[in-house]
Ligand binder design. Structure first.
Ligand SMILES: [Zn+2]
Length: 588
């Protein structure tokens, strides 16, 4: 249907274009009285006139003194690569003549001129947080503005008409006379997107209540899917089963027959009980409580500044290993890949910083970095307790890690006494909903790490680290302080990922708990860990194909290691690049 309409439209335009009287020496100001005029012209100053007709929008200008084709193209298009298109638009002559006007199609105009042109033609248009607000005028050739035409102008492709129509909830393909149309930011040409005000928040929620309960309401934006943009973002669910189950529940609640085909702008209600606290209305008791705990922990920040990490102990922990391969996706083992990254972090720290590095596990009898993209399978990892524990039972492996970390922490504490000079970093790879990508860091939420805990019997009782201190518990103050320091560390490492253009989880890359199977908890390796600044870093999502491809390259694993080291340096007040790193920090 659309194809035939377009052909008809093109024929109609061509016929009209032939009839139009285009030359017009004077730049006429746009005026509501000009309804009969077929070409509207408006001057931008600097000898540039914008012309609007049934043919479209053009800039018209004469070459300035001494200005050749390429300089003319640069002035109007911002880049001389469009010179031949300008030649083609203007009859094919390679030479521009002084005093003659040449036309430049809107598509080719520089970003700056595109915006100035539209502002001149439509003075009531403006950028707002969610997109460009266009005020239909109904003048000149624009007696009726079609959404298709607006899509062409503002987004560069007419195909976006459907998204614009849905977003504005229009029933017709033409813009109602005098109506305002919002072209959502996601669809805009870069020129228009660049001039939008930065939104206060990257989303907008309304709140409603009815006899069935209280809800946040979110309008789906172009390119957004229910599971990622609503379920993952607003409820914190990230695991595939959880995400899919809740997406199905929302679909029922919101009368969505097909979750893969939801109208843009559809109002999606999310029950209060399922929202992350930060998305509840301001003043809601659960949000107030959340904000208070955040405030309490952020009072604690790392006070230690350590040049080149001198005097700092970094406890590195590669997740899983031995018989526990962790997440396994399409033949990729979490254990071997995160171990390789830990080895790279170790080497970087030892060669480029003065940090003291200790590692909780080792594969075989020596530290080794595999010089290959695809890593050989290995089950040779042992936790380096006394005696070592070749990892057979994953749960024992995890518990012995925190016993070992706590023992290391006690030892370091004994030598210099400053708990802030130790950090614990556990490196993992996620297996989340496959649509999600990038790094995510977990830290321990103060309210989930109370009580006391210890393991006894067989495999534990044998080990020196368990004998030293069999049970562990933390005071309220320790828990809150640990949350604050760990959050700071997590943020620095995630920021380093972003700065180095490594993928980062799109919505909440720093989390203080795992949300899964309708429960929340802190991973055991952090939960019982005495080191105040500690995080569990998920370097990527192994269930995502792109992430999985990346992690199977040395280059990516090295970049991850560099980001980790940069984050550690930043945490200790060092904004320096790592010398000899393969990829320099992106210029700020
Ligand atoms: Zn893991």
């Amino acid at each position: 249907m659309r194809g035939w309409c377009m052909i008809q439209r093109t024929i109609r335009l061509a016929a009209l274009a032939a009839l139009l009287c285009v030359p017009c020496a004077l730049a006429a100001p746009l005026d509501n009285n000009l309804t009969a005029v077929r070409t509207v012209r408006v001057s931008l100053g600097d000898g540039v006139v914008i012309a609007l007709s049934e043919e479209g929008i053009f800039a018209e200008s004469s070459p300035q003194k001494g200005e050749g084709l390429y300089a003319f193209t640069r002035r109007l298009c911002g880049d001389e690569k469009w010179a031949q298109q300008i030649v083609a638009t203007n009859g094919g002559s390679q030479v521009l003549h002084a005093g003659e006007r040449y036309r430049v199609p809107f598509d080719l105009l520089s970003n700056e001129l595109q915006v100035r042109a539209m502002r001149a033609l439509f003075p009531q248009d403006k950028g707002q947080a969610d997109g460009w607000r266009h005020q239909a005028r109904g003048v000149g050739p624009l007696q009726r503005e079609s959404i298709w035409q607006l899509a062409l102008w503002f987004t560069g492709t007419g195909e976006n008409f459907r998204a614009i129509r849905e977003y504005n909830e229009f029933l017709d393909d033409d813009v109602p006379r005098g109506a305002a149309v919002v072209i959502p930011s996601e669809l805009l040409r870069p020129a228009f997107r660049a001039v939008l005000p930065v939104p206060e928040k990257p989303y907008h929620l309304d709140y409603v209540s009815d006899p069935t309960g209280e809800y946040a309401v979110y309008r789906l934006r172009p390119g957004e899917a229910l599971y990622s943009s609503v379920v993952v973002r607003f409820t914190g669910r990230v695991y595939a089963n959880d995400v899919n189950a809740f997406a199905a529940e929302l679909a029922r609640l919101n009368d969505i027959p097909d979750v893969t085909d939801i109208r843009i702008g559809h109002r999606i209600r999310i029950p209060f009980d399922d929202l992350l606290p930060e998305f509840l209305p301001e003043g809601h008791p659960k949000r107030v409580e959340y904000e208070a705990s955040l405030r309490a922990s952020t009072q604690f920040s790392n006070q230690v500044r350590a040049k080149g990490l001198a005097g700092i102990t970094v406890i590195l922990d590669a997740g899983h290993g031995g018989q526990d391969s962790g997440a396994t996706m399409a033949g990729v083992w979490e254990s071997t890949h995160v171990y390789d990254i830990a080895m790279r972090v170790k080497r970087l720290l030892e060669s480029h910083t003065a940090a003291n590095v200790v590692v909780t596990t080792r594969d075989g009898s020596e530290w080794r970095i595999q010089d290959s993209d695809v890593l050989p399978f290995s089950r040779g990892h042992a936790v380096l307790t006394t005696p070592p524990y070749p990892i057979t039972d994953p749960r024992v492996g995890v518990n012995l890690r925190w016993y070992l970390a706590n023992s290391m922490f006690r030892r370091v504490q004994g030598s210099h006494g400053d708990p802030q000079k130790v950090v614990f970093l556990s490196i993992h790879g996620d297996s989340l909903h496959p649509s999600l990508r990038g790094a995510m860091a977990y830290l321990p939420a103060a309210d989930l790490v109370g009580g006391s805990f210890g393991k006894s019997g067989g495999v534990y009782a044998l080990r020196k680290e368990v004998q030293e201190a069999q049970t562990v518990s933390f005071s309220h103050q320790q828990r809150v302080e640990s949350e604050g320091l760990s959050r700071e560390l997590a943020k620095q490492i995630i920021a380093a990922f972003s700065e180095r253009d490594l993928p980062v989880h799109p919505f909440k890359p720093v989390r203080d708990k795992i949300v899964r199977n309708n429960g929340t908890w802190v991973p055991a390796v952090l939960r019982y860990n005495s080191v105040p600044a500690k995080i569990l870093l998920e370097v990527c999502n192994l269930a995502n194909e792109q992430d999985r491809r990346l992690v199977q390259t040395r280059a990516y694993r090295q970049k991850v290691a560099e980001a980790v080291v940069q984050g550690l340096l930043a945490y200790y007040g060092q904004d320096t690049d790592i010398p000899g790193s393969q990829v320099a920090k992106k210029a700020k």
